[in-house]
Design a protein around this ligand. Structure first.
Ligand code: HAM
Length: 421
């Protein structure tokens, strides 16, 4: 009886073939840029105690209140598949007593959020989260922005992106602003969209980035966060803007940018694009000076952001960034006992020509059949070890595009490929 096929879970993708290859290329580039700036990897568990995200990200945020994969483990402890990495990095540094010195770290891998899946929005998605601890300087925020800028420049997608920045000041400043905003909006509650009306009680600052036109129109005359910032907050932000100006990094001040996670203060930023439809934010972050203390550690200034790798991939693909994969050579033999020599030849080629991919056909069949397989594989060359070649210690190479074939010594083969590739 045929068994029913078990499908994947909604919003969780299997990535394979060319896309998987290209993602590796993208991740390689990101890691290289980070390591050049002295950021080092940290590997975190996917599962954390639920209370970590409740305390770090905030109970009233959409992420914590609606989107987490939370369940009881076999010991009845509430655990959560991480929706983001910053909380875990901070937890790890505190738990291991590592906060006496500055750290620059990146943490990559899948994150989980129960959102409505669509293009560029998945329930399992991939972030490279970049975190720096121990400096309160606006120059650190600029360095983090510079990292994104450099990646986007290298990918050739900078023209498609806008860097939006804002200062959300200190918690006390935000509280005073929030009180004024709620006061203003309550008087017009009838004109607010239902989502924003609910947020009046739970998370009023998020009303600022409502997409509803009527709500946006109301906000035009609402109190402005900027008016509530103190001297220190303003100075921090001005210095950040000056630094970005000097670096030639253009940005747009968005006074309504507030972010969806509660741990930020001072600088917040997002890289956004119109090129991906609704899911336009490809990279986002900000400063989070209070988080280490909030999670029980010593007062430590910190700043960071995350690359949304799935979305950056889509952009890079759109502009044709990814180079063609390295040419493939398909090696085959006419008899099973020729395979050891074929494997040795393949190893030599890989060593001499790192830009070549060499695939060895280990299932020996009639040569004609194997050559058909070589053609189908998309290989540029077939390497053939038949009886004549085996006896004379030569090897034949066939260009599968032109059909040209020649028989060479092992050394001759390397020099031929060196020239032909
Ligand atoms: P976030 O804004 O929640 O920030 O996520 C960062 C990026 O992850 C987003 O800009 C987006 O590109 C990507 N992303 C988020 N949700 C999804 C999804 N469902 N599908 C595909 N991509 C998604 C954070 O997570 C912070 N931890 C960033 C940070 C690090 N702040 C300081 N340090």
């Amino acid at each position: 009886m045929a068994r029913e096929i078990i499908a994947s879970v909604r919003g969780m993708r299997t990535i394979w073939g060319e896309e998987a290859q290209r993602l590796e290329t993208l991740l390689g580039l990101i890691r290289q840029l980070l390591q050049q700036s002295a950021y080092g990897p940290i590997s975190l568990p996917l599962l954390e105690k639920t209370s970590l995200f409740q305390r770090a990200v905030g109970e009233e945020t959409d992420v914590v209140s609606k989107e987490m994969y939370t369940f009881l483990d076999r010991n009845e402890e509430s655990v959560t598949l991480r929706p983001e990495a910053t909380a875990g990095v901070v937890r790890a540094l505190i738990e291991n007593g590592l906060l006496q010195q500055p750290h620059r770290l990146y943490s990559e891998g899948p994150m989980f959020r129960y959102e409505k899946p669509q293009k560029g929005r998945y329930r399992q998605f991939y972030q490279v989260s970049v975190e720096a601890f121990g400096s309160a300087a606006p120059a650190l925020d600029a360095e983090l922005i510079q990292l994104g800028h450099r990646l986007f420049q290298k990918l050739g997608v900078l023209d498609l992106l806008t860097l939006e920045i804002n200062s959300i000041g200190l918690a006390e400043e935000r509280q005073r602003f929030q009180a004024a905003l709620v006061d203003y909006l309550r008087r017009q509650a009838d004109a607010l969209d239902p989502d924003s009306r609910r947020r009046l009680d739970s998370n009023p600052l998020r009303i600022l980035d409502s997409k509803e036109a009527t709500t946006q129109a109301l906000l035009d005359d609402a109190p402005v966060l900027d008016d509530y910032l103190g001297v220190a907050s303003r100075t921090h932000f001005q210095r950040l803007c000056q630094t970005l100006d000097e670096l030639g990094i253009s940005y747009r001040r968005n006074p309504r940018l507030v972010r969806g996670l509660d741990y930020y203060n001072h600088t917040v930023f997002e890289w956004t694009t119109q090129a991906l439809g609704a899911q336009g934010t490809v990279c986002a972050g900000g400063r989070y000076d209070g988080l280490v203390e909030q999670l029980g550690g010593p007062a430590t200034p910190a700043s960071g952001f995350a690359f949304g790798v799935d979305r950056i991939y889509l952009l890079a693909e759109q502009v044709g960034f990814f180079p063609a994969p390295a040419p493939l050579l398909y090696a085959l033999a006419s008899r099973e006992d020729y395979l050891p020599r074929l494997l040795a030849t393949a190893a030599r080629l890989r060593e001499a020509l790192p830009a070549l991919r060499v695939q060895v056909q280990t299932e020996v069949q009639a040569l004609k059949k194997q050559l058909q397989k070589a053609d189908k594989s998309g290989a540029r060359y077939a390497l053939i070890l038949g009886d004549d070649e085996f006896q004379s210690e030569h090897i034949s190479i066939k260009n599968l595009q032109t059909g040209q074939q020649q028989t060479l010594t092992p050394e001759g083969l390397v020099s031929f490929l060196q020239e032909d590739l």
